[in-house]
Design a protein around this ligand. Structure first.
Ligand code: SF4
Ligand code: SF4
Length: 476
């Protein structure tokens, strides 16, 4: 990395710090969260704790001591017998009692559903089971649990230890589309989504090998014959976006950056599995949207963002630091509307993603166009078609995912030094402000940490939040 770029980035941080301070003094910082920038914390605090950054936060009345505070005496200790691959409590309960308890629990659960008892309603239960997707310990806290668990495939992951109303001889959950959307949104956020959106099935986006059929009740995929049959009643779409750990993602074009990318996909996958379990728990069906069509058009229709120059979804709060998953379902949902935050005009002059793409895969054209770059791209849309072969080659030659375009986008910035907030708002009112923002970002090094930067390995000492995610983005 050139000295100019490095110096520029340091200046940018100082600059943003300064802007944050000014905004704080004027009261504007309340709309943002500025990460503290400064010297590394000492790894030993006054309590003598030397590891685990979270422990720095212990209050003064927590002391370190030489011995654990529970008295022990190994001389009189006995050891329990070896138990099976199950929790000790499961191992202690005899099989007959286990079965009786399961029957009692089933009646107890059914009572909650039938009488709509607050805290034990069907959506409450479906949420519980959606989150109960652990694969290791069997399942105390549910009924009819196997004592050992053997998950073999994705379908089992979605259906393992799940008890929809039909298991109690009850009907599927009944709710208005608005109520169903409200409940799915809350559940999706609990599952780790940063945002949840809804739309109706638009057949224009569906792959040619997909057929919607009236005579089937479950999706049937036949990969060998390139056929995916979906029940005709699956007319609704739920989409989840998950944000990624920005401190890793800004180290893109490195293994740390790739870890950030994978972490974002992992969060997406987990949230997706749990949403699928939730829908099944309400006794409705689901089909993976990714297998039925490209996911971004549905996300656009669900109001989760606009399509950027880089041909990825850009969300006005999370920028491009997101991954998307979605499902088709027969649970009637109230659709959201698409959004416009001025991105189309903004992208015309910004071009940061294209100029920073290490593979030269993104278009620098002044206007979007109708002609695809190759046969692997669908026509019929006016976009900045990219040379996706160049992108794929770059990524496969290095063995890690790049995502530079996603990280450099001004809308992805989380430094939130008020300037970006203001610029974002300005871009809606004065779209050509993309020029201003890209010039500023270029001058200050885009906020990236590059391969030869001494700060690259500092990630290991950052005081990051759980999973590296600022879950308050857009909420403060
Ligand atoms: S992922 Fe990297 S190589 Fe691919 S388009 Fe984005 S910046 Fe370019
Ligand atoms: S980096 Fe700039 S041009 Fe690229 S998608 Fe983001 S706003 Fe648009």
């Amino acid at each position: 990395m050139s000295d100019r770029k490095r110096n520029n980035r340091l200046s940018r941080r100082d600059f943003l710090k300064g802007v944050g301070a000014i905004m704080g003094a004027t009261g504007v910082a309340s709309i943002t969260r500025v990460n503290p920038v400064g010297a590394k914390p000492d790894r030993t605090n006054t309590n003598g704790l030397t590891t685990h950054k979270r422990k720095y936060k212990y209050p003064w009345w927590v002391k370190t001591v030489d011995k654990i505070t529970t008295e022990v005496n190994p001389d009189i200790a006995t050891k329990p017998p070896m138990v099976t691959f199950a929790t000790y409590a499961q191992a202690m309960i005899p099989d007959e009692e286990w079965d009786i308890n399961n029957s009692k629990a089933k009646e107890y659960v059914k009572e909650g559903i039938i009488n709509n008892i607050p805290g034990r309603t069907l959506p409450d239960l479906a949420l519980h089971y959606a989150l109960h997707s652990d694969m290791t310990l069997g399942s105390m806290g549910s009924f009819d649990s196997p004592r050992t668990v053997k998950i073999k495939n994705h379908e089992e992951l979605v259906t393992y230890n799940l008890h929809p109303p039909r298991d109690f001889d009850l009907d599927p959950w009944q709710a208005s589309p608005e109520e169903a959307s409200r409940v799915l949104e809350a559940a999706g956020i609990q599952f780790g989504a940063s945002m949840v959106g809804f739309t109706k099935l638009n057949p224009d986006w569906i792959y040619p090998y997909v057929k919607f059929e009236p005579g089937i009740t479950e999706p049937v995929m036949d990969i060998k014959n390139m056929s995916f049959r979906i029940p005709e009643s699956y007319k609704y779409v739920v989409l989840l976006i998950t944000q990624g750990p920005r401190d890793l993602l800004i180290r893109n074009q490195s293994e740390l950056g790739a870890a950030g990318d994978r972490a974002t996909y992992s969060r997406m996958f987990n949230a997706g599995v749990q949403m699928a379990r939730f829908i099944k728990g309400l006794d409705y069906g689901y089909a993976e949207l990714l297998a039925a069509g490209p996911i971004i058009p549905f996300a656009l229709e669900a109001g989760l963002g606009e399509l950027g120059r880089m041909n990825r979804l850009i969300n006005p709060i999370f920028g491009g630091n997101i991954r998307i998953t979605g499902f088709l379902t027969d649970l009637p949902l109230a659709p959201d509307k698409p959004i416009d935050f001025g991105l189309q005009e903004f992208c015309k002059t910004c071009k940061i993603c294209a100029s920073e793409c290490p593979a030269g895969a993104l278009s620098m054209a002044d206007e979007p166009y109708w002609i695809p770059a190759n046969a692997f791209q669908a026509s019929g849309k006016k976009v900045y078609f990219e040379d996706n072969l160049k992108c794929a080659k770059y990524i496969t030659e290095r063995g890690n995912y790049c995502s530079t375009c996603l990280s450099v986008c001004p809308w992805s910035k989380q430094d939130k030094a008020a300037l970006h907030e203001i610029a974002k708002v300005t871009s809606v009112i004065v779209p050509s402000s993309g020029n201003f923002l890209s010039d500023m970002d270029q001058a200050f090094g885009y906020g990236l940490i590059r391969e030869d930067d001494p700060e690259m390995e500092d990630w290991w000492d950052l005081d990051i939040p759980e999973e590296g995610i600022d879950s308050y983005q857009g909420k403060a």
